[in-house]
Write a protein that binds this ligand. Structure first.
Ligand SMILES: Cc1cc2nc3c(=O)[nH]c(=O)nc-3n(C[C@H](O)[C@H](O)[C@H](O)COP(=O)(O)OP(=O)(O)OC[C@H]3O[C@@H](n4cnc5c(N)ncnc54)[C@H](O)[C@@H]3O)c2cc1C
Length: 266
């Protein structure tokens, strides 16, 4: 079975800083990590590989050269091969242009080595947070998608996915090929061994540029991005608040009542 996992390198912080002029992320000086949901996606894929003979996991990332570090981390914990999609022409891409580019990279890899049975993505990237790229790739490829997965098992050409819903879990079955987006499961991603880390550090990661992909240049990068960020800002922190610290419950309730009446809430 051939599995592909999409991996995004993201800044190691949830306090994203935005360039006020270009409205894009300021990445300089911020350490980078593997998007945590992609690490979960890889672990779910690796568990399928553990139980399915002749399974390989290919990793794919779009980003600058330094994203190869994220791919190497993933090679150490279950990935077999990795590819980086990188070109200045891809810069400024919104989710549509990103998913279009990744889809064409997937097509290129399929042309080289055969079709993928399963494509895994994280539920969302912790910097962009849109959760759009996975479902968009499934649409571009015209394959089924299952979102919010926490566990997955492959049996007789079908994938059985336990997915989180608003009020619990459900099991969904889908025919392969299929794309699955993964949210936080009940288990942690595995740790690399010293041997697997050393092998990953030595791994050669090929780069696919715009020249290498069967793409329409009008649909990539800033040019191919219909989303325009008009303004971005950090909302001001909420100030003050009233702390009710009365000696007992009754006094606290009376104080709360007084505060709310004064503010015309009741
Ligand atoms: C107008 C505009 C301009 C932008 N310009 C830039 C820019 O110049 N530079 C920049 O870094 N960002 C830019 N962005 C942000 C960029 O569009 C998003 O980071 C990107 O499209 C992914 O969206 P997301 O982070 O919300 O991912 P989500 O949709 O939340 O990600 C879901 C999953 O998709 C997969 N995935 C997402 N992105 C990648 C990737 N790159 N490689 C592999 N897998 C991936 C991962 O598995 C991830 O868990 C711009 C956005 C807009 C709207």
């Amino acid at each position: 079975m051939r599995i592909l996992v999409c991996v995004k390198q993201v800044p190691d912080t949830t306090e994203i800083k935005i360039d006020p002029v270009t409205n894009t992320l300021i990445r300089a000086g911020v350490p980078s990590i593997v998007n945590p949901f992609d690490a979960y996606a890889l672990e779910v894929a690796a568990r399928i590989k553990d139980h399915t003979p002749d399974t390989s996991i290919t990793l794919l990332s779009m980003g600058p050269e330094q994203a190869k570090n994220a791919l190497k981390e993933c090679l150490a914990v279950g990935g077999d091969k990795a590819y980086l999609v990188s070109d200045r022409a891809f810069g400024g891409a919104d989710t549509l242009a990103t998913s279009y580019t990744l889809t064409n990279a997937i097509r290129k890899l399929e042309e080289m080595d055969g079709a993928f049975d399963l494509i895994f993505c994280g539920k969302q990237a912790i910097d962009g947070d849109t959760a759009q790229v996975g479902p968009e790739i499934a649409e571009h490829l015209d394959i089924p998608q299952v979102t919010y997965a926490v566990e997955a098992e492959v049996k007789d050409g079908e994938i059985f996915v336990k997915r989180e819903t608003g009020d619990g879990f459900e099991i969904v079955a889908a025919k392969l090929p299929c794309l699955v987006t993964v949210t936080k499961p009940a288990f942690d991603p595995r740790f690399p061994s010293i041997k697997s880390k050393m092998a990953a550090n030595r791994a050669q990661i090929p780069t696919l540029t715009a020249e290498d992909l069967p793409i329409d240049r009008e649909r990539i990068g800033l040019k191919g991005s219909p989303t325009k960020v008009k303004k971005s800002f950090t909302p001001p922190r909420k100030q003050g608040g009233v702390l009710i610290q009365e000696a007992d419950g009754e006094a606290a309730a009376l104080k709360l009542f007084a505060v709310m009446s004064e503010a015309n809430f009741i």
